[in-house]
Design a protein around this ligand. Structure first.
Ligand code: NAD
Length: 502
């Protein structure tokens, strides 16, 4: 059994039975049996089911919000604005664009004009989705939408901290008429995830770097594909010509939304000398004005979700202070306040401190002064991670140049985090942030096998390269190579003459 607790109050919400390895295998089989029929429905009918699911999500939004806020500790507005918005938009997006991204394509071969060639995408079968706890609806059922539109069945293993949202979501999907078995939820922690890797046809994993490596190793034993959406340590660069007010607001929201528990949160800020003091002063002012409550509608911050992450944040802050950092606001969790960690700003930080190099996943803004943009770029790229980044400058060319040089999967210029909701383009990391891509054409093609179909047009008895060989054929092939590939028209003419002479 696992206990699900409200992290803001420590109150027990419920207990759930952990799925045994056999149950996981059976869930995959059920999904596999249902998948064939689901695939046959075609794009239009699959989209119709998903639109009904979206209506039910909206009709039941209050109950869903109760569940998500109870198991994560996030404010209701955050759930509406981030997760529910995301999944509703994702349904419309994939329903509309899936056919465009994965419909069969006729290819004109560059050489063998006597063949008709098609490139088609087919579903893997059953996709296993292993998810973290920070967005327990968007990263479970939300990630399932493109897999479903591609015609796959899905088996979802939500985080052991937050399985309730996916369980309720799958009830709504069933009520929307999605064929029984297509979506399955299995409950548990690492072992349940491992059992899913042992039987699914593809794994879409979102989580930490360490677990991502384990997932890939296990999937290697079965040679099944994986997509890995891993952690980040996203830098923000503020240049002296930037719009400071916008940069401050983007920083405070981008670092603290969802209590900083976002893979692409701003986790370190580099500010050019001339605007450093003003930037720090305004960030601190803004952070002090935020309201933190685990419930209700009038709060910007709720509680953190994972006690383990709270400990990591506390260790990183202790390490930073020991090495000379100064905390300007926040920094210490008030006793008896669940996992509510106050938003924290610190300065005098260096890359000797874990807070500037390891993922923080909490409401913390470390700010560092830099002498120029080159130093900012060097420090921003001095990281194992490479998920997102942002640059604030009024100079378009400088922004573009920095964006080219930042070693991250996405860059926002004069903005933060917004790329996650632009579903038209791929989102994902480089370096240790993984190699999965959600969104864009890649976001659905990753759930498909690509198959090539070649059809002969002419129906000849034989082809020039088929058996048997002869002197004449060998010499014709030799001349043919020159004719096709040798540069210089004289050489080609000689080869053509030889070809005709035999
Ligand atoms: P985690 O790696 O601890 O767990 C993720 C999931 O993997 C959970 O469901 C967990 O039960 C499961 N798991 C654990 N061990 C496993 C194993 N050996 N085999 C299979 N499954 C296993 O991560 P978390 O603490 O739940 O989430 C926070 C992390 O997620 C952060 O690092 C964050 O950056 C990352 N994240 C990344 C993205 C992205 O898009 N790149 C989005 C959200 C979160």
């Amino acid at each position: 059994m696992i206990e699900i607790r409200n992290p803001a109050t420590s109150e027990k919400i419920t207990e759930l039975k952990v799925s045994t390895n056999d149950e996981v295998a059976r869930a995959v089989n059920r999904s596999r049996e249902a998948q064939g029929r689901w695939q046959e429905y075609g794009f239009h009918d699959r989209a119709a089911f998903l639109y009904r699911f979206r209506d039910l999500l909206l009709d039941n939004r209050e109950k869903m919000t109760d569940i998500v806020t109870a198991e994560t500790g996030k404010p209701r507005a955050e759930f509406y604005g981030a997760e529910l918005f995301y999944i509703c938009d994702a349904i419309g997006f994939w329903a509309k664009y899936a056919p465009r991204f994965i419909k069969p394509k006729k290819i004109r071969p560059h050489l063998l004009k006597t063949k008709k060639v098609y490139s088609i995408y087919q579903p893997f079968g059953v996709v296993g989705i292993i998810s973290p706890w920070n967005f327990p609806l968007a990263l479970t059922l939300g990630d399932a939408i493109p897999a479903l539109m591609a015609g796959n069945g899905v088996v979802i293993k939500p985080s052991e901290l937050t399985p309730m949202s996916a369980l309720f979501g799958s009830e709504l999907a069933a009520a929307a008429g999605l064929p029984q078995g297509v979506i399955q939820i299995v409950v548990g922690a690492a072992e349940t995830g491992e059992a899913l890797i042992d039987s699914a046809d593809m794994i879409a994993f979102t989580g930490s770097v360490e677990t991502g490596k384990k997932v890939m190793r296990r999937a290697a034993d079965r040679l099944i594909p994986v997509s890995l959406e891993l952690g980040g340590k996203d830098p923000m660069i503020v240049l002296k010509d930037g719009n400071i007010e916008r940069a401050v607001n983007a920083c405070v929201w981008g670092a603290l939304m969802n209590s900083g528990q976002v893979c692409s949160s701003i986790e370190r800020v580099y500010v050019e000398g001339p605007v450093y003091d003003e930037f720090v002063r305004r960030v601190v002012e803004s952070v002090k004005s935020l309201r933190q409550r685990a419930d209700g509608n009038q709060a910007e911050l709720g509680s953190m979700t994972s006690a383990e992450q709270v400990k990591k944040v506390e260790h990183q802050l202790e390490d930073a202070v020991r090495k000379g950092a100064r905390i300007l606001t926040g920094g210490r969790r008030p006793p008896g306040d669940g996992l509510c960690f106050p938003p924290t700003v610190l300065v005098d930080v260096t890359h000797e401190m874990a807070i500037m190099t390891e993922e923080t996943f909490g409401p913390v803004i470390p700010i560092m002064q830099v002498k120029d943009r080159e130093e900012a770029l060097r420090l921003a790229n001095d990281s194992l991670y490479g998920l997102d980044s942002s640059v604030f400058t009024r100079d378009k060319e400088t922004g573009w140049k920095l964006a080219q040089k930042l070693e991250t999967g996405s860059v926002c210029i004069n903005d933060s985090l917004v790329n996650f909701v632009i579903l038209d383009v791929p989102m994902g990391g480089i370096k240790s942030s993984g190699f999965g891509r959600r969104h864009g054409a890649e976001g659905i093609r990753k759930y498909c096998r690509q198959k090539t179909i070649v059809i002969d047009r002419l129906g000849l008895k034989s082809e020039p390269t088929w058996f048997p060989n002869s002197h004449r054929k060998t010499s014709a092939l030799r001349s043919g190579l020159t004719l096709l590939f040798r540069s210089g028209w004289k050489n080609k003419l000689t080869a053509l003459g030889r070809l005709f002479r035999g």
